[in-house]
Structures are given as structure tokens and as C-alpha cells.
Design a protein around this ligand. Structure first.
Ligand SMILES: CC(C)(COP(=O)(O)OP(=O)(O)OC[C@H]1O[C@@H](n2cnc3c(N)ncnc32)[C@H](O)[C@@H]1OP(=O)(O)O)[C@@H](O)C(=O)NCCC(=O)NCCS
Length: 193
């Protein structure tokens, strides 16, 4: 049996990799939707969308689209991918020009064998070569497994995104503590509220 790492290469994605990358990207999007359906949208044609977008980003000189490919019996099979790109200074978040890691996904059967780490290392190397002084990523709050992987790889926590639905507010109603509590049903249920 070949060693798990020796037959694996990480290289820029080819156009022939795109259908496999799109399947992984769509699975990543669906996993996020399952974690918090209000925050993370999905569409019926995710695979097509990912194939189109990643194909376009392959041609963007500020973007990096990588494929992790396993070679066996003269054939190649995509087992993971990473996508990131250079972003300019963003005053809204006080984020200096940097590389942003956008997608990272390894197929479930191939996890825990160093493929994610190799994809991140290559993404870092290539974004640094394009002038990025640091890499910033966003990880879903509920995705503890990925947070542990990124911490282990050397990333530090820098921001916590928080979300609240506005659905129950009237147009003229400010989100006061009491209106928010009412929408959550806590006023009617809690005798101390
Ligand atoms: C996150 C993900 C890409 C990691 O890929 P992977 O191939 O399993 O990761 P690796 O095996 O390369 O592990 C990377 C490092 O994290 C470490 N690690 C793995 N799981 C860990 C855990 N649960 N806790 C702590 N460290 C962990 C590994 O030991 C490795 O470190 P090392 O190189 O020093 O040995 C993969 O789990 C995945 O595709 N998850 C679903 C998609 C996802 O959540 N993507 C991130 C979205 S932001």
C-alpha cells in the first residue's frame, strides 16, 4: 500500500479538476448551511456555481486555487482543494492588505493524513509570494474541528462574528432589549424577566 503522503501532490488546479473541486465546494457550502441555515445560504445549483466561479478565479492573478491530488495506477484523483486570494486594505474591519483563505476542504475519507495542512502551507506560500504579509480566514463558530486544525497550524483567533435575525421587528421598532427578548419568547416564559 502506498504511503499516504508520497503519492499526493498539491498543485494549482487544472480546468479538468474543476468538477471535483465544485463537488467539494458545494459540500462545504451545504455543511455550513446545516450548521446555521439562516446565516449560510445554499442554492439548488451549487456545483455549477462553484465550477463557474473557481474556473474564473483560476484566471485571476490575485487568486490561488489549489488541488490536492492523489496519484495511483497512473491516474489522478482530487481529494481536496484550497482557494484564497489577495484582498486590499479594508477600513470597515481594519484589516490591512492580506491574503484571505476562502475555501479549504478535504474529502472525508482522506482527512487526518496531512492533506489539509499541506494545502494550507501551499496557500500561505503562494499568497506570501504575491505580497501578502498575513493570511486571514473565517471559520464558522460551530465548526470546532476546523478551528482546532487552524489553531494547531498556527492561526490565532482575531474576530468573532455575531448574527441576529430581524424578522420579528416592526419597521419602526428599534431592537431594544425587551423587543429582542420578546421575540425569543423569554419574557413570557421566564418569571424573572
Ligand atoms: C479542516 C480540514 C480541511 C482539515 O484537513 P485534514 O486533511 O483532515 O487536516 P490534516 O490531517 O492536514 O491536519 C492538519 C493539522 O491539524 C492537526 N489536527 C487535525 N485534526 C485535529 C484536531 N481535531 N485537533 C487538533 N489538531 C488537529 C493535524 O495533526 C495536523 O497537524 P500536523 O501537520 O502538525 O500533524 C478537513 O477536516 C475538512 O475538510 N473539514 C471539512 C471542511 C472544513 O471544515 N473546512 C474548513 C472551513 S473554514
Amino acid at each position: 500500500m502506498p504511503s499516504p503522503k508520497s503519492d499526493l501532490i498539491v498543485r494549482p488546479a487544472l480546468s479538468s479538476d474543476l468538477p471535483a473541486l465544485a463537488r467539494l465546494g458545494a459540500a462545504l457550502a451545504r455543511a455550513h448551511h446545516d450548521m446555521d441555515p439562516d446565516r449560510f445560504f445554499v442554492t439548488p445549483s451549487l456545483e455549477e456555481g462553484y465550477e463557474w466561479w473557481l474556473g474564473k478565479e483560476r484566471g485571476n492573478r490575485k487568486a490561488i486555487v489549489l488541488a490536492a491530488v492523489r496519484r495511483a495506477r497512473g491516474r489522478e484523483r482530487v481529494v481536496g482543494y484550497a482557494y484564497g486570494r489577495l484582498e486590499p486594505r479594508d477600513w470597515n474591519t481594519l484589516r490591512e492588505k492580506c491574503g484571505v483563505g476562502i475555501d479549504l476542504m478535504v474529502e472525508p475519507q482522506a482527512r487526518g493524513r496531512g492533506i489539509g495542512g499541506r494545502l494550507v502551507a501551499e496557500l500561505l506560500r503562494r499568497l506570501a509570494a504575491k505580497g501578502a504579509p498575513r493570511i486571514v480566514i473565517q471559520v464558522a463558530h460551530r465548526n470546532r474541528a476546523a478551528q482546532r486544525v487552524f489553531s494547531h497550524l498556527g492561526f490565532r483567533s482575531t474576530m468573532l462574528e455575531m448574527t441576529m435575525e430581524t424578522g420579528g421587528l416592526r419597521k419602526d421598532e428599534a431592537p431594544s432589549t425587551s423587543s429582542v427578548a420578546r421575540r425569543r419568547g423569554s419574557l413570557s416564559r421566564s418569571p424573572r424577566a
